[in-house]
Ligand binder design. Structure first.
Ligand SMILES: [Zn+2]
Length: 270
């Protein structure tokens, strides 16, 4: 069971603060429109198939030498509706839009009507937690279940159908995060670990993702969907950074995020 999942965040025309969370840490993940267009064009250049839907995919059905791929976008910023969706639609593609539901309707974030319209257009709406906690894996089990449950309910109320796909905010994953998601009715949970293997954890399928962030080479997405070498390099880099984790124990947080994140703000997460 393998799939290549791409992870994007907001895109912007002039200013990264236009859409999604506003902080230096969050802005490091946002792409200017020409950069986002270049990433999509790169993928189109090497793939004639369309991205798959995590809810219905037949995992592991490799097409020739290619693994199936899919597109995910985190945070629920307004740019999914105003910029990203039309670029996917133009190619006959659909993406996965993961929404942190406490921010729905706030400045720079999707509102209820936009979410409803995206679902009608075939985009997969999923949960990105309710409050986008800075370190999701540090929450108690009960708090994790509540985050998943609350956001599912909000989204189901908006689109009128079942929500069972989610992504972990900030990539702060642990086995408890998956168990809590499963307990809350999530069936497919995306992490930020750059792997293609799909794992099962209880009731939940776990799918890794390859993050494309500002400053990455313009062919990053193309390379991820077409070459195992690029994916291996991403995994090696991820693991090298992971070495910080055991040193700092439960207080672990990516140092770069911590240093760049203004404290006491509600719009500080990536
Ligand atoms: Zn996020």
């Amino acid at each position: 069971m393998r799939v290549v999942s791409l992870l994007f965040h907001d895109v912007f025309a002039d200013d990264p603060a236009e859409s999604g969370f506003v902080s230096d840490a969050a802005h490091r993940y946002k792409l200017a429109l020409p950069d986002f267009d270049a990433q999509l064009a790169g993928v189109r250049g090497v793939r004639t198939d369309s991205p798959v839907d995590a809810r219905t995919i037949e995992y592991g059905q490799a097409r020739g030498d290619s693994l199936p791929f899919l597109v995910t976008v985190d945070d629920g910023g307004e740019s999914y509706y105003t910029k990203i969706a039309e670029r996917l639609d133009r190619r006959g593609w659909r993406g996965h839009c993961f929404v942190s539901t406490d921010f729905i309707g706030r400045r720079g974030f999707l509102n209820r009507e936009q979410i409803r319209r995206l679902a009608r257009r075939g985009h997969v709406i999923g949960s990105h937690s309710a409050s986008h906690p800075l370190r999701f894996s540090a929450l108690s089990f009960g708090e994790m279940v509540s985050e998943w449950t609350r956001s599912r309910q909000v989204l189901e109320d908006i689109i009128g159908s079942r929500i069972d796909v989610a992504s972990v905010p900030g990539g702060y994953f642990s086995p408890a995060v998956a168990r809590a998601a499963g307990a809350a009715g999530i069936r497919v949970l995306f992490t930020s670990e750059p792997v293609t293997r799909v794992a099962a954890d209880g009731a939940c399928l776990l799918i890794g993702r390859f993050t494309i962030r500002r400053g990455d080479r313009h062919d990053a997405a193309r390379r991820y969907v077409s070459t195992a070498v690029a994916r291996s390099l991403a995994w090696a880099s991820w693991n090298a950074k992971g070495l910080v984790k055991p040193l700092l124990g439960s207080s672990y947080i990516r140092l770069s995020d911590w240093l760049l994140t203004p404290r006491a703000s509600s719009r500080t997460q990536a």
